[in-house]
Design a protein around this ligand. Structure first.
Ligand SMILES: *Cc1c(COP(=O)(O)O)cnc(C)c1O
Length: 421
């Protein structure tokens, strides 16, 4: 099936007389006819038991997202942050390190540089454009993963996924990709060698700003028995001495994440959230293409505007990431644009406060056009040095182009510019 068809039909196939639409299974628990049956489930979780780690509605959405990315399995979480956290904690223990591209999402930077550090896990940030010889230096004997973002929020840098995959694989560790902005409609990182994908489903996948969530997807291709990941091979004493690689084969990573991390941390989404996420997924391909075409028009308009100093949108031929975008995002670069207004921070705020259609919100990738000032909002926690490393200027505006008629969006931007001195 092509992706448009998968978005509608994967994950849930009703049988005779069953509801056409994915039902919301609003039950935390499930009935069994014997103690023995439940005992067996604790050895091999083949059925639903408890809502802290599995639910039929969420399960259908997990199967759909796994199919969209071309993976063997997926696990939903209550936020993108939880998905990112678990993607690392499933690989790194205290004393381990991992490598991340410095332009990743600000929330990930904080999680990696501050919170994981407190847990004894070190993140080494690298410049995604650095030559391989330079990037090689970041690897240490305790390196367990490499992490990057397909299309970074809000820096809009495009990661050379193949370069990072071969680098990671050369050291026997997986490449984790945050594919939130691209979505599987615009880029499928597994096809370029990535091993694990995370998403904030709060963004385009949901698309309507109605519920937050995250997901981890497993390609099933990484060899966890290569000697670097004993936790995947050795018996897990907290789970009846199971060996994840021996018992679950290509699904070792995603099952280990569920059985250890979801069991212990418990941030599994509610059935109702998964139902809403599924509605967003059903129209994802139609929406993504329209976001891309609206955003390209807006980026071209901004590029020519006298009050704009610079526009950052990899879909523009003048963008330094355009060649990478053509390779990894051939159908478009999402609806997100960032630009610097002449006059810096003060004019950025004036511009934003005079928009009427575009809403000033702490959100991105919504169906409605919205704007945000990263330096005073999402990236507030970063030091000036980290801001520069993340590619953010104090006068930068992040514009998330929605699905309104593009002429209306352009007219609204003109209202903002009229207020700029
Ligand atoms: C928003 C976002 C996250 C965090 O997701 P939440 O759902 O807000 O927790 C992670 N990565 C990227 C790229 C994001 O845009």
């Amino acid at each position: 099936m092509k992706i448009e068809t998968q978005c509608l039909h994967e994950g849930y196939t009703p049988k005779n007389g069953e509801p056409r639409v994915l039902p919301i299974v609003q039950s935390t628990t499930y009935c069994f006819d014997s103690t023995e049956h439940i005992a067996q489930l604790f050895d091999m979780p083949t059925e639903f038991m408890y809502s802290r780690f599995a639910n039929p509605t969420v399960d259908a959405v997990e199967k759909k997202i796994a199919a969209l990315e071309g993976g063997v399995g997926a696990m939903c979480t209550t936020s993108g942050q939880a998905a990112t956290l678990f993607s690392i904690l499933n690989l790194c223990n205290a004393g381990d390190s991992f490598i991340a591209a410095s332009t990743i999402y600000g929330g990930s930077v904080n999680l990696f540089a501050v919170t994981l550090k407190k847990l004894g896990i070190e993140c080494i940030f690298v410049d995604g454009n650095a030559p391989i010889s330079e990037l090689e230096k970041a690897f240490k004997p305790n390196t367990k993963a490499v992490f990057g973002e397909t299309l970074a929020n809000p820096a809009l840098t495009v990661l050379d996924i193949e370069k990072f995959a071969s680098l990671a694989h050369g050291h026997g560790v997986p490449l984790i990709i945050d594919n939130t902005f691209a979505t599987p409609v615009l880029c499928r990182p597994f096809e370029f060698g990535a091993d694990i994908i995370v998403h904030s489903t709060t963004k385009y996948m949901d698309g309507h700003a109605v519920q937050g969530g995250g997901v981890i997807v497993d390609s099933g291709k990484f060899d966890w028995a290569n000697g670097n990941f004993p936790d995947f091979v050795d018996p897990d004493e907290s789970y009846h001495g199971v060996s994840y690689t021996k018992t679950f084969g290509s699904m070792a990573y995603i099952i280990k994440a569920r059985m250890q991390l979801m069991r212990d941390f418990g941030c599994y989404p509610a059935a109702n959230s998964a139902f809403l996420l599924n509605l967003g997924l059903e129209t994802l391909p139609v929406r993504m293409r329209q976001y891309c075409s609206n955003a390209l028009r807006v980026a071209q308009f901004l590029e020519k505007h006298p009050k704009v100093e610079s526009v950052n949108y990899p879909g523009l031929a003048t963008n330094s990431y355009h060649a990478l975008a053509k390779k990894y995002l051939p159908e478009g670069c999402s609806g997100v644009i960032s630009f610097n207004i002449a006059g810096g921070r003060e004019n950025a705020v004036r511009f934003m406060d005079h928009l009427e259609l575009a809403s000033n919100v702490v959100h991105v990738a919504d169906i409605r056009t919205c704007v945000l000032h990263p330096a005073s909002a999402t990236h507030r926690q970063l030091t000036d040095e980290q801001l520069v490393a993340a590619g953010i200027n104090a006068g930068m505006i992040r514009l998330s182009v929605g699905l309104e008629n593009v002429e209306d969006i352009l007219a609204d931007l003109e209202k903002g510019f009229a207020a700029v001195i």
